[in-house]
Write a protein that binds this ligand. Structure first.
Ligand code: F6R
Length: 603
């Protein structure tokens, strides 16, 4: 939901900003721009372009812009359509202050009216432009002081970067609600919406908390609260290699991330065991209700998690979309825990729903991928997936890592609550250790799955069916397909078909059935027969050696055998691959699908 980058140091800021914007492009890609303080005349020069970062790069091609201080922005439109005028950076009327912003200024109408009455002319339809004019209006010879005053006037969620010709040796960064980190270099410093944007230059970071304002010069960083008091910050060192943010020979980040899953599942298994949070599992001993809240793919992981937690830990679980949970009359007491699942840890719906529940007395747990993200800091307890950055907008490797973490969570809680035996725990744990090599086997079927994708790529609708613990996988398969290929798809519990949706089936409808050899096999088989009887084209994801399923299916994608309850971690892989291939065969931009952004920091 918009990406911010800023640079101060000895290099020319322009290539640093463009490189950073490329890394941040997954956060928004409808328009982009940069602002630099020109080395020659000390004025702020702004260049913006509608489209992707490559359009901005082409626009700047051959231009000799030099500046040691600058800001960049890639936009996902909220207020105002994607036009050059609405693209960031925005500049104040007198041309002395340039700003970039990620988030929403909720009281911008009121501020705009106030500024217009004072004679400020607005060039854009954005909520952001008020910040630039307010800075000019309030400027008192001290940029930090002015930024603090302005920040107090802003309502909503935002991360803001500010530069000024009046004090061209500083960047000011303000964070409230949207993510912002400071990259610490040698005689240079950076700001960015997330770590991969500046990983090329540094592995040391300061993660800003809500209500913090940073004063950044070439060789110093000071952080203040909104009252202007200094805050001591402990830098974070990351060990990631730059390659985590590169495609490494794959055509798309999504493809790379699908193929990374044997490693990311293994790393998550190892990471969970080495950082086991005893206090969390002690707390779970006394819990009698768990709410899981999340959005999109993370929500589907939560639906699978419910089966495991209820089975092994015997805690009643409700799973809700965070955007719905926030506004319902939930029941919370001291024995209630709320688990928020979010890859980014920045999704506004999930964060705010969790914070509300926390205020009402719930114990809160965050399951996140991004280290240092808002949700990880706002939750009482944190669980991590160990995937490294996920750049493709469609979540893949983080979904399977969320599943693994939820299963381990359920098993550990079960042991603590004495609702499973050590033998059962060990049996499942042992089976889990074999999952990475089984995923590896599925990934070898890439060509086969591409051929199937080719057969069905022109369908206008798809149906995905599953039962029990594989029903959320049907939902996830449908979400993957629709978000990257723009083909209409729906996931259904197979047993529910006869209550209405079966009317949709005809010879043109591909129906993907998730039918592993588990205890629901026969029931699922009957449901698929019902589809076949109505001439639906069945594509089955089935367990190897299942010859019987061939009778009903046009195509079968086989997966290795595992324990019944582990199947979701395997059945989802062919569905990710099928969507990827359909979308790429259709020529869609799988890493940056239209209208989407990787991190959704607005409600
Ligand atoms: C789907 C997808 C989205 C996210 C959702 C939540 O592929 O990526 O549906 O899962 O926006 O994002 P996080 O997990 O960052 O809270």
């Amino acid at each position: 939901m918009c990406g911010i980058i800023g640079y101060i140091g000895k290099r020319n800021a322009v290539p640093v900003l463009l490189y950073g914007l490329q890394r941040l492009e997954y956060r928004g890609y409808d328009s982009a721009g940069i602002a630099v303080v020109d080395n020659e005349n000390g004025k702020i020069l702004i260049e913006k372009q509608v489209g992707k970062i490559k359009d901005l790069q082409e626009h700047l091609w051959g231009r000799n812009i030099n500046g040691h201080l600058g800001l960049g922005h890639t936009r996902w439109a909220t207020h105002g359509s994607p036009t050059v005028e609405n693209a960031h950076p925005h500049i104040s009327q007198g041309g002395k202050f340039a700003i970039v912003h990620n988030g929403i200024i909720e009281n911008y109408m009121e501020l705009k009216k106030y500024l217009q009455e004072k004679g400020y002319k607005f060039k854009s339809e954005t909520d952001t432009e008020v910040i630039a004019h307010l800075l000019e209006d309030e400027y008192n010879g001290n940029l930090l002081d002015t930024a603090l005053k302005v920040a107090k006037k802003l309502e909503g969620a935002y991360a803001v970067g500010i530069i000024s010709t009046e004090e061209p040796d500083k960047i000011i960064a303000i964070k409230k609600g949207s993510p912002l980190i400071i990259g610490l270099g040698k005689e240079e410093n950076f700001i960015a919406s997330d770590i991969p944007a500046v990983l090329e230059y540094t592995k040391d970071f300061i993660v800003l908390e809500d209500g913090e304002v940073a004063l950044i010069t070439e060789d110093n960083v000071e952080v203040y609260n909104l009252e202007g008091q200094k805050v001591q910050k402990k830098p974070l060192h990351v060990t990631w290699d730059v390659s985590v943010a590169e495609k490494g020979g794959y055509k798309h980040f999504m493809q790379k991330e699908i193929h990374e899953q044997p490693r990311t599942i293994g790393d998550t298994l190892a990471g969970f065991s080495s950082s086991k949070n005893e206090e969390l599992f002690d707390m779970l001993k006394d819990i009698n209700r768990l709410y899981i809240i999340a959005c999109g793919t993370s929500f589907h992981a939560g639906l699978v998690g419910k089966f495991w937690i209820e089975k092994f830990a015997r805690i009643p679980v409700e799973v809700d979309y965070a955007s719905e949970y926030r506004y319902r009359d939930r029941i919370i007491d001291e024995k209630t825990a709320v688990l928020g699942i979010s890859q980014s840890g920045e999704t506004a719906d999930t964060r705010f729903a969790l914070l509300d529940a926390k205020k009402e007395g719930a114990k809160t747990i965050g399951l996140v991928n991004v280290v240092g993200s808002s949700l990880s800091r706002e939750s009482d307890y944190v669980l991590y997936t160990y995937c490294g950055p996920e750049i493709g907008v469609a979540a893949t490797k983080t979904f399977t890592a969320q599943l693994v973490t939820l299963l381990l969570f359920a098993l550990e809680a079960g042991l603590k609550r004495e609702t499973i035996s050590k033998e059962e725990y060990d049996k499942i744990h042992e089976a889990l250790l074999h999952i990475p090599s089984k995923v590896e086997e599925i990934l070898k079927k890439d060509d086969e799955i591409k051929d199937i994708a080719y057969k069905y790529m022109n369908a206008t609708d798809f149906l995905f069916l599953g039962r029990n613990i594989n029903y959320p996988i049907a939902l996830e398969g449908a979400l993957k397909l629709k978000e990257i290929s723009y083909i209409h798809a729906e996931g259904y519990p197979a047993g529910e078909m006869k209550h209405g949706p079966i009317a949709l089936i005809d010879e043109k409808l591909p129906v993907v059935s998730v039918i592993p050899k588990d205890r629901f096999y026969e029931k699922m088989f009957s449901n698929v027969q019902e589809v076949k009887a109505r001439k639906g084209k069945v594509i089955s994801v089935a367990t190897q050696d299942d010859e019987k399923i061939k009778e009903l299916s046009e195509d079968v994608i086989y997966i290795p055998q595992t324990e019944d309850i582990l199947y979701p971690i395997l059945t989802v892989i062919p569905l990710q691959m099928l969507s990827y291939h359909i979308a790429t065969l259709l020529g869609k931009d799988v890493d940056q699908p239209r209208n989407l952004a990787k991190t959704v920091t607005v409600e």
